[in-house]
Design a protein around this ligand. Structure first.
Ligand SMILES: C[S@@+](CC[C@H](N)C(=O)[O-])C[C@H]1O[C@@H](n2cnc3c(N)ncnc32)[C@H](O)[C@@H]1O
Length: 326
C-alpha cells in the first residue's frame, strides 16, 4: 500500500468577528439540556450506523497492519462516537488481526454514552424517504446498516456478507425493549405513528467481545482531558467537526469563516497533534461536510502546518480523509 501524495488547498478569508465558538449540537445541547431531553438528543445529531463509510475503516486496518506492524498493542480514540456504533465497527474490523486493540469512544452526549456502555444496539429499517423519515434518521440512525439485521445473505454484496458474519460474531439478537425515559419513548412513539414502515430489531454485544471498547463522556474541545499526550495510534473525529459554529448561529448557516473558528480549529489540531504518537493517524469523515465547510478548509491548512500529511482520500478521490502525523 503506497501512501498518497496530496496537495490540499485552503482559502483563508479574514473576517474579524468576536463570537463564542461551540458546536452546532453543543449550543443547542447546552440550551436545551435542562428543558427537554428530547430536544437535546435531537439537536446533537447523533446520526450514525454500523460500518458507516467502511472504506475508511478498512484503510485504518491496512495502515495498522503495514505501518504499525511492530506495535503489539494499538490505542484508538473514537471522538464524537455517538452511541458507539462506529466504535464497535472498528472493533469488528480490527478483531483477530494479531494485536491487542484498545478502543475508547467519547461523545458530548451523556445519553449517547450511556447507550454505548449498555452494549445494546438498535438496527432499524425504513422504506420511506420523505423529510419526516429523514429527520427521524438524523436523530437515531442513518439506516445504512439495516442489511445486517433485515436482509437475506443472498441479496448482499461480498463485503456486506463479510460484515454480517462479523456482526453475528459480536452480537446476539435480543427482544426489543427500550430502556429509555418517558419523554424519549413518547418521541419515538410519535415518529412510529407517523412513519408506520419502520421496523426495529435490537442486539446485545457478547460478553467476550465487550472488552475491546470503553466509553466516556467528553468534549472534542477538551481532548487533552481525555487522552494522555502521545498515547493514541489512531484518532477519529468523523462527521463531527463540521458542527463547529458560533453560539449565535447554532444551526450552522454557512459561510462560517471567522477568526474565532479558525483559532478553535487550530486548538483542535494542536490537541490532536499532542494526543497522537509519531506515525499515528487522524481520521475525519468522508462526507463533503467534513471537508467543504469552514472547519474542513481551515483544518487542512492547520494539519499541514503541524506536519501532517494526507494518506488516504475518499472513494471519489476528492477529500483527504486520513492524515498521518510525521
Ligand atoms: C453525526 S454524529 C457522528 C457520529 C460518528 N462519528 C459517525 O460518523 O457515525 C456527530 C456526533 O458529534 C457529537 N458531538 C458534537 N459536538 C461534540 C463535542 N464538542 N465533543 C464531542 N462530541 C461532540 C454529537 O453528540 C454526535 O454524536
Amino acid at each position: 500500500m503506497d501512501l498518497i501524495n496530496i496537495q490540499p488547498h485552503c482559502r483563508n478569508k479574514k473576517t474579524p468577528l468576536k463570537k463564542t465558538v461551540t458546536f452546532r449540537g453543543q449550543a443547542a445541547f447546552e440550551k436545551l439540556a435542562k428543558d427537554t431531553f428530547v430536544g437535546a438528543r435531537t439537536l446533537l445529531i447523533l446520526e450514525t450506523a454500523f460500518f458507516r463509510e467502511p472504506e475508511t475503516l478498512e484503510f485504518v486496518k491496512k495502515y495498522i497492519l503495514k505501518f504499525l506492524k511492530d506495535k503489539p498493542e494499538i490505542n484508538i480514540i473514537d471522538g464524537a462516537c455517538s452511541k458507539g456504533y462506529e466504535t464497535y465497527s472498528l472493533a469488528m474490523i480490527l478483531d483477530k488481526i494479531g494485536k491487542k486493540i484498545n478502543i475508547t469512544g467519547f461523545d458530548l452526549g451523556p445519553q449517547a454514552i450511556t447507550d454505548a456502555k449498555s452494549g445494546k444496539f438498535i438496527i432499524e429499517t425504513i422504506k420511506s424517504n420523505d423529510s419526516l423519515s429523514n429527520t427521524y434518521k438524523m436523530g437515531y440512525s442513518s439506516f445504512d446498516d439495516d442489511y445486517l439485521a433485515f436482509y437475506d445473505k443472498s441479496s448482499l454484496t461480498e463485503k456486506q456478507t463479510e460484515y454480517k458474519c462479523k456482526f453475528s460474531e459480536f452480537f446476539d439478537e435480543i427482544p426489543w425493549r427500550e430502556n429509555i425515559s418517558f419523554l424519549r419513548r413518547i418521541h419515538r412513539l410519535i415518529f412510529k405513528k407517523l412513519i408506520p414502515d419502520i421496523a426495529t430489531k435490537q442486539f446485545q454485544v457478547k460478553p467476550e467481545k465487550s472488552g475491546m471498547c470503553n466509553f466516556v463522556q467528553g468534549d472534542i474541545l477538551k481532548l487533552d482531558e481525555i487522552v494522555p499526550d502521545h498515547s493514541a495510534d489512531v484518532l477519529l473525529f468523523r462527521n463531527a467537526l463540521y458542527h463547529l459554529t458560533t453560539i449565535e448561529d447554532e444551526s450552522a448557516k454557512i459561510p462560517l469563516l471567522d477568526e474565532t473558528i479558525v483559532r478553535t480549529v487550530k486548538n483542535v489540531v494542536t490537541q490532536v497533534d499532542k494526543a497522537l504518537c509519531k506515525n499515528g493517524i487522524f481520521v475525519i469523515g468522508e462526507h463533503p461536510n467534513d471537508h467543504t465547510l469552514t472547519t474542513g478548509k481551515v483544518l487542512y491548512k492547520e494539519l499541514e502546518n503541524n506536519n501532517f500529511t494526507p494518506v488516504y482520500k475518499n472513494h471519489n478521490d476528492t477529500y483527504c480523509v486520513v492524515w498521518k502525523k510525521n
